[in-house]
Design a protein around this ligand. Structure first.
Ligand code: HEM
Length: 414
């Protein structure tokens, strides 16, 4: 056994290794083949980055990802679920994001932010989604943009979150500029950055604008989400200015980038699978929900989250030691033939479709899953009915990322 409790035999050496940064530069097919080989082994293996000497147990099978997600007392989210861990000063400056917290702090925060997802607020947002989707399509017809990501896929979820939060129209462009600057400068390749860079300063400026809105709403509450979050509930709990900023940043990454990537992959999948598209458009009411689930399974917008092992534990036949890291590979779980027959086939009629695109269950299960599904359904319906010829015209320009299946650009026509 090594210091991490990993026996030498279970260290993975037999092919491309997801712990090495180069793995994420490989073509998608080579990555998929490597995950298929890992799934075929009879227990999770330890993947080591030879340069840093650090590594993790790769959870690649559906059952293992579900088991770890639903055993949060062993698989904890603190000190962080992204790789590498956020620097201490980042957390000091921006506050802890709920994805990186465990109970009781996680449950406490989740209870407060769940106010955003009450039936009353969601019902109001649904009217907003339809209005925004119609406007986005009007603008496409009028302006004939070339890139689906910027003009359509990113625009809808961003405007929906701004509407929910109550961010005034006049501030939205400026905030989006800061956000884009932040994600350009803090992308995966540069995420080892340990000092404040331009991207983080942009993020700090954006959070400053949101904190100012929070102070204003505390003085004069309206019926938006920021007001709900900064005014006290029956137990007297509310978000402080910094927590509010951290939550808004999380929503932008968790709610905008993910939905945008799902929509972009969706258009491309429907373009490259004309028979599935014909099936869908022949009966939108019958197949739209299934198509959205299959897009989420097939494209899996978030590739992975990490957990830390809090106590010695056996999972899927592997001995894990306290302090070890495990990585939950949602995309690999979504291609597990033990759960999905013909997993590499894109089939909008797949049923059941217990994909892990929103996580494997448990306390961190995606808070915005219902909202994201609604956004996808409304926008796809609007696009396919008003622009029946819409299609991508080239392969999507993908970012090489170990964290998300990010589409930078997708040329399209209608
Ligand atoms: C297609 C779109 C989306 C995908 C694929 C997605 C995926 C995920 C995944 C995989 C997780 C982690 C689950 C886990 O660790 O068990 C997560 C968490 C989260 N998502 Fe989503 N998400 C999407 C849209 C949204 C939207 C629209 C929102 C909000 C407006 C949102 C808010 C969140 C939040 C707040 C968390 C953290 C929950 C917690 O730690 O308790 N997501 N999401």
């Amino acid at each position: 056994m090594s210091a991490t409790g990993v026996s030498a035999q279970s260290v993975f050496t037999a092919g491309p290794n997801p712990a090495e940064p180069e793995f994420w530069q490989l073509p998608a097919e080579a990555q998929a083949a490597a995950f298929a080989r890992l799934r075929a082994l009879d227990h999770p293996v330890y993947c080591l980055d030879s340069r840093t000497g650090k590594g993790f147990h790769a959870l690649v099978r559906h059952a293992d990802v579900v088991a770890a997600s639903r055993t949060p007392e062993v698989f904890v989210s603190g000190p962080g679920v992204t790789t590498p861990e956020p620097a201490r000063w980042v957390r000091a400056l921006f506050g802890d994001s709920m994805v990186n917290l465990d109970d009781p702090r996680h449950a406490d925060l989740r209870r407060i932010v769940s106010r955003a997802f009450t039936p009353r607020l969601i019902a109001r947002v649904e009217t907003d989604i339809r209005r925004i989707a119609a406007r986005v399509v009007d603008e496409v017809i009028e302006q004939r943009p070339e890139d689906f990501v910027g003009a359509v896929a990113a625009e809808l979820p961003y405007q929906v979150i701004c509407d929910m939060m109550g961010v005034p129209e006049r501030q939205r462009r400026a905030i989006l500029t800061e956000v884009n600057r932040a994600s350009e400068h803090t992308g995966v390749k540069r995420s080892r950055l340990r000092v404040p860079g331009r991207g983080l300063l942009a993020l700090a400026r954006m959070q400053g604008s949101i904190a100012a809105l929070g102070r204003e709403r505390r003085r004069r509450p309206t019926d938006d989400l920021i007001s709900a979050l900064v005014t006290a509930d029956v137990d007297g709990r509310r978000l402080g200015a910094r927590e509010l900023g951290a939550f808004f940043s999380l929503l932008l990454v968790a709610g905008v980038e993910t939905t945008r990537n799902a929509l972009a992959h969706g258009l491309h999948l429907l373009t490259t699978h004309p028979e599935q598209r014909a099936l869908l458009t022949a009966d939108l009411d019958g197949h739209l929900a299934g198509a959205v689930e299959e897009i989420l399974r097939y494209a899996t917008p978030i590739i992975q989250f990490r957990r830390t092992v809090a106590a010695d534990h056996v999972l899927g036949g592997a001995q894990l030691a306290k302090g070890d890291k495990v990585v939950l590979f949602f995309g690999s779980a979504n291609r597990d033939a033990a759960v999905f027959p013909d997993p590499d086939v894109f089939d909008i009629t797949r049923s059941p479709n217990p994909h892990l695109g929103f996580g494997g269950g448990g306390p961190h299960f995606c808070l915005g899953a219902y909202l994201a599904r609604q956004e996808m359904k409304v926008l796809l319906r609007e696009l396919l009915t008003r622009l029946p010829e819409i299609r991508s015209t080239a392969e999507p320009e993908l970012a090489h990322s170990s964290f998300d299946h990010r589409v930078r650009r997708l040329p399209f026509t209608f």
